[in-house]
Design a protein around this ligand. Structure first.
Ligand code: SF4
Length: 188
């Protein structure tokens, strides 16, 4: 370095939970003290971990937990695609809809009727299906992320183990395509 080169810029990381349970984020934090290495390698931007809710800068990597069950999820996922160079679908919910997608077999109308009008406990006695304009509108079914935007990499698991997050982020921080060993991403 001759003193005129720009200092090495840390890659910027964003994360979000859409129709997920935050278990994938918890697994990322399960990296124990290695989380300090992640923070040393990346600048953490829009994420529930920073409570930053809007993109104020372009990000190198976006981690997406959860699929899309409502119109707000779609909006946020598209926003991540627009603002992140590399997008990773993290966990079963982001990759194939996961548990929330169980409702895909039932149909939205039947699902709402059962939940709010005809539930066995009788708690839906008011006979109202919530439809306030401020409530995100449910989609006809739960969509995996790659059916909404282009996804660059997939990290399977429910949740993916901390070691898999570590291997993924280490590769991306080094500018390499992640090539995870099979033992980190098989669950049989
Ligand atoms: Fe939760 Fe599993 Fe879905 Fe991750 S993949 S958000 S841990 S249910």
């Amino acid at each position: 370095m001759d003193g005129t080169e720009a200092p090495h810029k840390k890659p910027i990381l964003a994360t979000v939970s859409l129709a997920g349970c935050f278990g994938c984020h918890m697994s990322l934090l399960d990296a124990d003290e290695r989380i300090l290495d992640v923070l040393a390698a990346f600048e953490l931007h829009r994420s529930p971990l920073t409570d930053i809710k809007r993109f104020a800068k372009r990000c190198d990597v976006g981690l997406i937990e959860g699929g899309c069950c409502n119109d707000e999820n779609v909006h946020v996922l598209r926003e991540f695609r627009e603002n992140c160079d590399v997008l990773v679908a993290v966990g079963a919910c982001a990759i194939n809809g996961g548990l929330p997608a169980l409702r895909n077999e039932i149909g939205l109308e039947a699902c709402l009727t059962e939940a709010y009008l005809e539930m066995p406990t009788g708690a839906g006695a008011e006979g109202i299906i919530p439809a306030d304009a401020d409530i995100p509108k449910l989609l006809d079914r739960v969509y995996p992320c790659h059916e909404v935007v282009k996804i660059d990499y997939f990290l399977p698991g429910c949740p993916p183990p901390a070691d898999a997050f570590w291997a993924l982020l280490t590769a991306l921080a080094a500018g390499r395509a992640p090539d995870l060993p099979t033992e980190l991403i098989h669950y049989d």
